[in-house]
Design a protein around this ligand. Structure first.
Ligand code: NDP
Length: 328
């Protein structure tokens, strides 16, 4: 069976040569363990941060060891009463074809009505991130004008649609191509959207604002623009700053931080894993939205383990619309 390992810590943009594919023999599952054949792998922006040898909320990836990440697979062999062969499970031993792992590290998922890959996207970590960011972090209220950056990505596309279902009076999105911008307004129900390549973000946002809530996936110029366009008592959910993930120098900070004082703004960062408390409520509500066809959950799918590195690099450069997934 094959797995992908990180062989060098990328400087700036990762290169295919920072990874290698290794053929390995897996041990037979021991007591309490299961053997899983992976069917879908997730690639996510946070993985870029884990490739650096720096202290963060998750430890760095080890070199010359299998990469890790969200994955869905089928139990092939089980030495634990809680799981049986044929069960579909969600776990973190991704970037490989098969995994042996403790049964306690795999969660059985119900695929009778929902496709397995949804547990890596709309009903998984990205969906919960969007929901928590709006409801717990930005404390979004009915009537708010909400701006979402990275709006055609996994988290952003869901955050924008959820904001509408939660009663936003207007949802504005930014994304990196004209096709993505059209998708936001024509299929996802965003009220307005723009391509951040078309001119200064602050100027483009001003045409659609002012805003009450900013869901920040990008940071940098986007954050500065949002601060300038927020109403008094506006709120920012700082979810990510993908504009700087490949940066080799610290980005310039927003130059308008005094506006936090003048407009009594709140800017709050969050990590989805701290919000397990919201998971039950999220699954109930998002599950209903999905069942009712009120949440469009697009995936960009690449095929085969050999496409994983390319899918990850593509994610960082905007080749995905919706959730980037690898199908094995
Ligand atoms: P996406 O599906 O949004 O993929 C990343 C997207 O980022 C690309 O498609 C690209 O789209 C955009 N992008 C890349 N470079 C830039 C740039 N320089 N400026 C603006 N946009 C850029 O990924 P996710 O939905 O998984 O993640 C979105 C954000 O949420 C990330 O910042 C991620 O780190 C964060 N996140 C945070 C979590 C938390 O707990 N706080 C949990 C999960 C995700 P485009 O074509 O529009 O440029």
């Amino acid at each position: 069976t094959r797995q992908i390992q990180l062989t060098a810590r990328p400087h700036g943009e990762p290169a295919p040569t920072d990874f290698r594919t290794v053929e390995t023999e897996l041990p037979a599952p021991g007591a309490g363990e299961v053997l899983v054949r992976n069917t879908f792998l997730s690639v996510d922006p946070y993985m870029r941060g884990r490739m650096n040898d720096t202290k963060s909320y998750v430890p760095p990836y080890a070199l010359d060891a299998p990469m890790e990440g969200g994955a869905v697979g089928e139990v092939v062999e089980s030495n634990d009463d809680s799981l049986s062969p044929g069960d579909t499970v969600l776990h973190m031993a991704g970037w490989r074809e098969h995994a042996v792992l403790p049964a306690s590290a795999a969660r059985r998922i119900d695929t009778s009505a929902i496709p397995a890959s949804a547990y890596l996207g709309v009903l998984g970590m990205p969906g919960l991130t969007a929901y928590v960011g709006l409801t717990r972090v930005a404390e979004m209220k009915e009537g708010d004008v909400v701006f979402v950056s990275g709006a055609a990505g996994a988290v952003g596309s869901l955050a924008g649609q959820m904001a509408r279902h939660l009663g936003a009076s207007k949802v504005i999105g930014s994304a990196g191509t004209p096709e993505k911008v059209r998708w936001l307004t024509e299929e996802l129900g965003f009220d307005a959207a723009f391509d951040y390549h078309d001119g200064p973000v602050g100027k483009q946002l001003r045409e659609h604002g002012p805003i009450d809530v900013y869901f920040d996936n990008v940071g940098g110029e986007h954050l500065e623009a949002a601060i300038s366009n927020l109403n008094d008592f506006g709120r920012v959910a700082a979810c990510g700053a993908i504009a700087s993930y490949n940066a080799t120098e610290a980005p310039a900070g927003p130059r308008n931080m005094m506006m936090l004082v003048q407009k009594r703004l709140m800017l709050r960062g969050f990590i989805v894993s701290d919000h397990a408390e919201a998971a039950g409520e999220f699954y109930r509500r998002a599950g209903q939205w999905v069942a009712d066809g009120e949440l469009v959950a697009r995936e960009t799918v690449s095929d085969g383990l050999d496409s994983t590195v390319d899918a990850f690099l593509g994610l960082l450069s905007g080749r995905n619309t919706g959730k980037m997934i690898v199908r094995l």
